[in-house]
Design a protein around this ligand. Sequence first.
Ligand code: MG
Length: 377
Amino acid sequence: MDFDARLAPYAAHSSKSRGRTHIEPPAGSRSEFQRDRDRIIHSTAFRRLEYKTQVFLNHEGDLFRTRLTHSIEVAQIGRTLARSLGLNEDLVEACALAHDLGHTPFGHVGQDVLNECMKDYGGFEHNLQSLRVVDELEEHYGAFNGLNLTFETREGILKHCSLANARQLGELGRRFMDRSQPSLEAQLTDLADEIAYNNHDIDDGLRSGLLTMAQMEEVELFARHRHTVETQYPGLPGRRALYETIRLMITAMTADLVQTSAALLKEAAPKSIDDVRASPPLIRFSPQMRAETTALKRFLYANLYRHFRVNRMRVKASRIVRELFEAFLTDPVLLPNDYQVEGDPMRQARKIADYIAGMTDRYAIREHRRIFSLDHF
Ligand code: MG
């Protein structure tokens, strides 16, 4: 079956994949990247995303984004972009659904605290952890640890990486040292991620009451589209006007990205994925859109991610993660048996990081209570 028939020459072709660590026969009715996507969906780490924080704690409301719904939105936006540019939708979908698999509970604060706790033990990076999940931690198959994904999907998962860690990753880490680029599908997934969170965080921010419509008028990109909606549907009530505005913003960002990238691709005319890797980034926003999304990000950072109510959650969450880590490190006997490592402090610390990173928000809260509360035994 030819899975690559409709792809541009510079796309990632399933038939030319650099393959898997453990060689497997082809999947028959599915392309290599479809198979990767399917393995990701069936993984345990994927189901955990449902109960992991994006910005708001999982139990703060039923309608806020979680890591799971965020990942699905990234996949949706990513597939649209991929199809418009003749790129491999299946690979983009696999990368998008897997991109946050290594995320700790409680969003970014969890990763920052775990990184501090692990500073004498090799540190903690959530991108690298996502790779560790699919390469080692998932226990699903008889023949190997992890999901045995293709090189291209693993490359897309590893968005950033320190040089020290890149050196240990062989072929996969090489691009961080020679500063070459990943596939266009990986570049695209990264920007689909950005389009998704910039837009859904506005929605969640307003829904939570931490942001107000009046405040949002400061953001040019939002104000402009909001004005268009008002002109088109005068008097449209609150949420519908908001959804219309966000819809127009997503459309504007995706259209800009497709147009800018198509022009760059035309000019650079890469003939293969190898040419792509040797070129500068070819999936980009126009300078104007880049400036506007940067302004939006700055606004969200100052007014939402650092809102005092979010800060309270962050401080509390960081305490939970730090105290769990310290308790396990001091007394590894508190850990479930298969996380206990005798006589190797480095490996023990890494196992603790794996255990904590794998927790959902509510599991971490419960575990903290089980260990520290004198009212719960
Ligand atoms: Mg993300």
